[in-house]
Design a protein around this ligand. Sequence first.
Ligand SMILES: Nc1ncnc2c1ncn2[C@@H]1O[C@H](COP(=O)(O)OP(=O)(O)OP(=O)(O)O)[C@@H](O)[C@H]1O
Ligand SMILES: [Mg+2]
Length: 1046
Amino acid sequence: MAHMALEEKESLEVRCNQILRNMEASLTARDRVGIQDFVLLDAYTSESAVLDNLRKRFHENLIYTYIGTLLVSVNPYKDLDIFSSKQMDTYMGVNFFELPPHIYALADNVFRTMQSEFNNHFILISGESGAGKTEASKKILQFYAVSCPSTRLLNNIRDRLLLSNPVLEAFGNAKTLKNDNSSRFGKYMDIQFDHQGGAVGGHILSYLLEKSRVVHQNHGERNFHIFYQLVEGGEEELLRWLGLERNCKNYRYLVQGDCAKVSSINDKSEWRTVKKALSVIEFSKSDIEHLFGIIASVLHLGNIEFEADAQGYAFLNSNQEMHWVSKLLGIPNQVLQQGLTHRKIEAKAEEVFSPFSVEHAVYARDALAKAIYGRTFTWLVNKINESLANQDTSRNTVIGLLDIYGFEVFNVNSFEQFCINYCNEKLQQLFIQLTLKSEQEEYEMEGIEWEPVPYFNNKIICDLVEEKFRGIISLLDEECLRPGEATDLTFLEKIEEKIGGHPHFVTHKLADQKTRKTLERGDFRLLHYAGEVTYCVVGFLDKNNDLLYRNGKEVMRQSKNAIIKHCFPSSEPDSKKRPETVITQFKSSLVGLTDILMSKEPWYVRCIKPNESKQPGNFDDVLVRHQVKYLGLMEHLRVRRAGFAYRRKYEIFLQRYKPLCPDTWPNWRGTAAEGVQRLIKHLGYKSDEYKMGRTKIFIRHPRTLFTTEDAFQVCKHKLATRIQAKYKGYRVKGDFLKQKEAATRIETCWRGLMARKEREKRAWAVKVIKKFIKGFMTRYQPACIDNSEYLAYVRQNYLTRLSDNLPKTVLDKDSWLTPPPIMQEASQILKKVYIRHMVRKYIRGLTPQRKTQLLLKVQTSSLFRGKKENYPSSVGRPFADTRICSEDINIKVLQMIQPEQIKYSVPVVKYDRNGFRPRPRQLIFTHKAAYLVKEAKIRQRIDYSFFKGVSVSNLSDNFFILHVRCEDLKQKGDLVLQCDFLFEALTKLSVITNKQNYINVVQGSVRFDIQPGREGFVDFKSGQESAVYRAKNGHLMVESTRTKSR
Ligand SMILES: Nc1ncnc2c1ncn2[C@@H]1O[C@H](COP(=O)(O)OP(=O)(O)OP(=O)(O)O)[C@@H](O)[C@H]1O
Ligand SMILES: [Mg+2]
């Protein structure tokens, strides 16, 4: 439901927008491009004003303008983007005045009136050659094809209706000087609709095909399209079968106009269209074969040439073309030859063949060609009608489309123009009658006084042409039928005699001097309603007789070609009784047409040709003015305007303008007429400006309506804004409520969801906590279901914590995280593994130098650790390779000890053996001996083999005593030395000498040999300050501060 309401709302909105747009467009267009209905033109009697309006619109590509419900259409000679299916949609079911004028609007209105009133209509499309009649009729047909309801059956009929056009155009249209696709026949087409508006059938009537074109074309013109289409587009095989060559120039009937090829015409593609159309209209294969057989035979016929024999009679020499005609029409060659060269004369009971002169033979040949083509065309129309026939016999209504030749005036006008212009006079009569009648009826019906309008009634001209016994047609027929030597000139004399003095008729003989100059002797002039036309009588009799010699018909009756057989039936009356003349046939067909039209509601499309050169954008004032005149536009306009320029049903008028009065807006409760009365009172209409009919209001002057319309436009904008605001408010409110509802719903759902989640979470938490507590309580029990998860948690927790708190260095091994009881064993293993891992990592990271250093340190440790007080402070100090570089050792000393390789050297303080004076010295170890050096002198060399040992105190001094074995008295005794790098020097010494146990750490006092046999003492003690001095007892006293043990 809500969905439907939304859709309705949307479509309403779209429609409102569209109507608003259209109204705005037409309002702004009024100033720019003139008015769209001539009825609203103030200067409606001025031809120039009408012309101006047409021109203005034409230059804006607005080719359509109304005069009430009549549509004036100016040929744009270019494709305009106004015939799309979108445009069709726009115009479907929309009121006439709501949208700019369009042929679709007219078509739609006709259709809807037919539907609502269930009556028949016709649309008369008129205009001169090239004005766009045929195009207009096609547009209307296309509109119905799209707008009517469709089913498969209906589509079938629709396609045939549409496709009948290209076929008829191929056979009935030709290029003329005026139009490259000129219809050379009049066409009336009925479209039949069922009560639901579906197109269920159609019927076509054709009028007066211009047969003479088959055998003769003026310069710059062509024969009927189909000949060129066949020759240009026909398949090779077909052409071979027809005996044709693909060259139009080879056929006499195709080249007289000398323009077989025209750029605007594509014969090849048209050929394909026609072939396709023929199959859709259900022409059988044999129909098609016979049809093209006939077309080809006409071409062959045209090429037959006669020669004169000795007596001047025609005979046929070359039989080639004859052979093809005979083959294609299925007539024995002999019979055909006889028929073309002889005439049958019946004398009493006898039949005599009289030979033709060459001239006669050519005439007979052409007559035959015309007859064949003309009758085939009629057959074609009938065949199309069979295919369009409505199968459904239930009552239906009809829209007729009349696309008929317009008034024609050439430099030289002949019989054909006479017929055409006569036809136009008849249609004008019909127009006057129907228009006046309807107008008059409308005023009568509405109870409005009718003031007659002066207009020219062309009945007088119709009578001049068609009156029995006195009219031109009667006189022409009389002249054609009378025995004796009747000629075109005798006909002229006759009409001069019988109707001379008629105000609309003049000839050279009858004219005054001035007029005579404009007339030839063989001319007569008619003052048609649309203007003067001068006709040349030459050929009138001949064309009217349209004689086909009797044996010509007889020959045709023998044809095996089914179409020819059908066209020349044996039931046709024989020559004894002369057939009806062309003009009489035409007259009767027009009477028939008038009857058909009179019984229907008329609608008009008047087509105007803007220029003679088929150019877009070129508006030839003189040419258009002429057409405006003879199309009767001014008269129509005058009639429409005679009483009231504008009328509209009360309901429609009220509906449109009710916003202009507070009483009628938004709704009027009373009748529409009362509403309109109230409305116009409010608007201040004066009493002579309008009349109230029974169902309609009549407004006399356009400006009254314009004022109302302008007021409406202003008001409309205000209203539109208000409606828009209301509507927007309504929509926004609707949207808001919807959003609010949605928000509440989402909120509820969300809250529910969250609550459920919370509940689940709590339940889960309770379970977990319970389990945890139980696990905790049973944690020391053997693993069981109650504590397994807890223990797993404890394990994991410990391992996670451990991984975050692992010792960082090898020395940090005591900072191992205390494990929970169940992890004791695992922790120990892990600790071991981890420390091993760290150690390995540490070892792998050591350089060889560092390793050597460490080995030395290990050595030092084994020597002094726990023994000497200041040992710990030495641990952190790295050992050096040597403390005196070789540059600082005197060169002489170096030279002396070089061979022994210096392993280590260090500065020391040597205390004299006597007196204990301190002396700075260098102590150098080679791999053989230790040297005590003072600058360039070696003061003492102690070979390692004389080395007795080293004494150091256990305190934190840096003293050591090197004990030497003295073998003779000359030798110096032990050395008392102080060295800042004591641990380093002694470690090196022990490594070099490879003797570790030589080092004694002593307490208190060390005895040493000053000289062999003379002893001295060094006493060690710890005190407040470090001090070295000679004690009173003659000992060397070494005091050192106590270092804190680590
Ligand atoms: N509405 C249109 N839009 C574009 N071109 C058009 C339109 N109407 C007519 N024409 C052009 O004008 C040419 C002549 O139009 P159309 O054949 O309808 O004339 P007509 O009035 O039927 O002439 P005739 O009396 O010779 O048959 C068309 O071939 C087309 O080129
Ligand atoms: Mg046409």
